[in-house]
Design a protein around this ligand. Structure first.
Ligand SMILES: Nc1ncnc2c1ncn2[C@@H]1O[C@H](COP(=O)(O)OP(=O)(O)OP(=O)(O)O)[C@@H](O)[C@H]1O
Ligand SMILES: [Mg+2]
Length: 366
């Protein structure tokens, strides 16, 4: 029997969002029902152990080890979907905002690779290029009235090294998914956590090895930044200072966080604070730089990633960045069983990339 590709992918088919993080893989499976995205299953798996490291540590596993871990997770979480979306790490991409004259799409497609050469430090033939034209806000259009700048387009160029794509294609081939699309993780997590509030915001994704920042206006990413430290630094700092195992330090970090109350835990919180402050000094520098360059106020911070589950972090963030701070509540975008709601609200920041990916795939199905 011959089947067209389209008939393979039925409209109400289940989709997966697969977030291959540096320390943890997360998956969610959704299905569309009467126009709503319904949660079918979800799960996560620490991949440190697949590379001989402790749980919570960042790794850089080869494709075959990732395949092994994804298969284990799919089995554990009962994933049955055959189509989905997979995240690409922000650290493997180069995002640059450029301005070009407002010409038609064909011309643009010729101009962009030429322009991109100026910003991309490797030969253009070694990367896959993608781009997104950024719509101007009403305010910007007004400001530019009578100015020749009005005839310019703002374009976000995205370049990913071919070798990275090759690795991901190999993973896809071996994990049993057929219809797969890719997306850079920050785009997914913003889809899953953005609210109706379109004021300028900063999204913080604190992973194990790195922290990613995205500056977003009107729901559109204007700038991204990577801080080369993440939550594992806290674990490592505790393990060194107290001369305890990584596993024990990881447990302490999660249990006490920044809110230690008695003498002993206050000392631990002080060590955690010292390790966390580097990340927030950087985040504050980026935030202030963006505000003064663009003459905008960032009034809201959205926290995502497993690292932000550190106890007391929202208050700490508020103190440093002087803005309203909220957790990315990604499960609120999908229909979930009532008895799971409390658990899922807590897990929202961690699963934001996976949920954003699955939502994207549902949108693609139409
Ligand atoms: N309850 C918690 N309290 C403190 N830290 C936590 C908690 N839960 C998870 N973490 C930390 O969060 C980190 C993992 O976060 P996450 O799963 O978002 O990372 P990742 O997606 O694998 O990394 P990346 O996005 O950088 O590739 C680990 O370092 C872990 O120790
Ligand atoms: Mg992550």
């Amino acid at each position: 029997m011959v089947m067209s590709a389209k008939s393979l992918f039925k409209k109400n088919e289940s989709v997966v969002g697969l977030d291959i993080g540096s320390s943890t893989i997360k998956v969610v499976q959704l299905r569309k029902e009467q126009g709503r995205a319904v949660l079918e299953t979800y799960g996560e798996l620490a991949i440190g152990p697949y590379g001989g490291l402790d749980v919570g540590r960042a790794t850089n596993l080869p494709a075959d080890k990732i395949v092994e871990a994804v298969k284990d997770l799919f089995r554990e979480a009962n994933v049955t979907a055959k189509i989905g979306s997979i995240s690409l790490p922000l650290s493997s991409a180069l995002l640059t905002l450029i301005e070009l004259p407002a010409v038609d799409d064909d011309k643009l497609a010729k101009m962009i690779p030429v322009e991109a050469r100026k910003y991309i430090p490797v030969p253009i033939s070694e990367v896959a290029l993608d781009w997104l034209i950024i719509p101007r806000s009403a305010e910007e259009v007004e400001k530019a009235a009578g100015d020749h700048k009005q005839d310019k387009l703002q374009i976000m160029i995205v370049a990913i090294h071919n070798q990275v794509l090759k690795k991901y294609e190999e993973i896809v081939k071996n994990i049993g998914l057929e219809g797969v699309s890719f997306e850079i993780e920050v785009y997914s997590s913003i889809r899953a956590t953005i609210s109706r509030d379109l004021s300028p915001m900063m999204f913080i994704d604190m992973g194990a090895g790195i922290t990613k920042l995205a500056l977003v206006e009107q729901g559109i990413i204007k700038n991204v930044h990577i801080i080369s430290r993440g939550s594992q630094e806290i674990t490592i700092a505790l393990s060194r200072a107290l001369n305890i195992s990584i596993a024990k330090a990881e447990k302490m970090k999660r249990e006490i966080g920044l809110s230690g109350r008695d003498e002993e835990s206050k000392k631990i919180s002080a060590l955690i604070e010292a390790a966390t402050s580097y990340i927030f000094t950087e985040a504050n520098r980026v935030l202030l730089g963006y505000q003064s360059k663009n003459n905008k106020t960032i009034s809201k911070i959205v926290l995502t990633g497993g690292g932000v589950l550190l106890k007391g972090l929202p208050e700490y963030t508020k103190k440093w960045l002087e803005a309203e701070v909220v957790f990315g509540d990604s499960f609120s975008k999908v229909e979930t069983p009532a008895f799971l709601q409390a658990v899922l609200t807590d897990a929202g920041p961690e699963f934001s990339v996976a949920i954003g990916l699955a939502l994207k795939r549902l949108q693609e199905l139409g």
